[in-house]
Write a protein that binds this ligand. Structure first.
Ligand code: ADP
Length: 337
């Protein structure tokens, strides 16, 4: 069976982008794949996390997985730090990856910002941990984010003359939903954006959603029709850039309604934003409302959430443990016979 590994960082403020761009896909994938979904707390601490908040956010991501419909019986749901194989394999990969590869990664530069000297070394080597996350299970596919994983697998296999780690493939999930900020259509909706008005959080209630959508940035024109689309029903980048906020809201609506953008454009052609926003709000509340409510219920029941994570960690270790032991043998580490 094809095996998928993916994860979300427990860094607070789970939002509509995390849902439409990641978690909702995780739910669909569980029907066709053997799925391992991680709460990547080791990645979270590459930048400072307040310990109490890290614990809360770890349970929140777990609650989001469950509330969105990931089945903890069929899938493995766990937090990364409970499975020491991730950190162990990451160390071995620290010794496989070349500094030149890491220097070319853009995420470090983006996250470290102007204060590179002050960034953690964990942030610098995060692609090695990411490769370890995926390869500790010999995952065949990932929905997002391979980064250096294939290069590391290939170099390990070559260095040791083995065919041990697979060359994991990216999953092509059709048009990726990229959710932009409600205040600025040129920026990604993000957990770390200071203004809460820029994002719809997965736990926002009807009032908050309504307020944020009402205040979302728009432009003075009426909504466009399907003629703006290219020959393959795609939205040309230049067109999107001309009205980023309008196309962001239309794209989110299409994703929430699970309809092609062409259909949504035909439906709202010539409409005022006020009308579209009202319909948008109803759909967002209907979709996210029950998920947010279930998340809150689960957050009030940490025993249940913690039990899911402990059970998932045990099942994860049952897969990763033997793969790590074989890796040790290949590297030449002695272990008790
Ligand atoms: P990051 O937010 O730094 O990508 P996370 O672990 O918090 O890291 O993200 C979890 C998942 O949510 C990732 O798969 C990421 O691609 C997705 N995601 C985050 N923000 C958005 C967005 N604005 N639109 C679509 N997907 C998003």
């Amino acid at each position: 069976m094809k095996r998928i590994f993916s994860g979300v960082q427990p860094t607070g403020n789970l939002h509509l982008g995390n849902y439409l761009g990641a978690i909702r896909n995780f739910v669909t994938l569980q029907d066709a794949y053997d799925c391992i979904y991680c709460v990547v707390d080791l990645h979270a601490i590459t930048v400072w996390q307040e310990p109490g908040e890290l614990r809360r956010a770890t349970r929140e991501v777990t609650a989001a997985y469950l509330a969105a419909g990931i089945d903890p019986q069929r899938c493995i749901i766990f937090n990364q730090s409970q499975v020491p194989e991730h950190a162990e394999l990451a160390w071995i990969f620290n010794c496989v990856t070349r500094l030149g590869w890491l220097n070319r990664m853009t995420q470090f530069k983006e996250k470290a910002g102007k204060h590179r000297e002050n960034a953690s070394s964990g942030l610098y080597v995060y692609p090695n941990l990411m490769a370890a996350d995926i390869l500790a299970y010999k995952a065949t596919h990932v929905p997002v984010g391979l980064e250096l994983t294939r290069d590391i697998a290939l170099k390990f296999n070559n260095d040791f003359g083995v065919e041990f780690f697979p060359l994991t493939e990216p999953l092509i999930l059709g048009a990726a939903t990229r959710v932009m900020s409600l205040r600025d259509g040129s920026k990604k909706m993000s957990k770390s954006e200071a203004s809460d008005m820029s994002r719809i959080n997965m736990t926002d209630g009807a009032d908050a959603i309504q307020k944020k959508v009402r205040r979302a940035t728009t432009d003075p024109d009426l909504l466009p029709g399907p003629e703006v689309l290219g020959p393959h029903q795609e939205l040309p980048e230049e067109t999107r850039r001309g009205r980023p906020e309008a196309y962001n809201l239309l794209g989110i609506y299409a994703a929430l309604a699970d309809k092609p953008l062409a259909e949504v454009l035909a439906e709202f052609e010539g409409a005022q934003f006020s009308h579209f926003k009202a319909v948008f709000t109803d759909l967002a509340v209907a979709t996210l409302g029950p998920i947010g409510a279930e998340m809150k219920r689960l957050m009030d029941d940490p025993t249940t959430v913690d039990r899911v994570l402990a059970d998932g960690a045990e099942r994860a270790r049952a897969i990763a443990g033997p793969i790590l032991r074989e890796t040790h043998d290949i590297v030449g580490f002695l272990r008790p016979g």
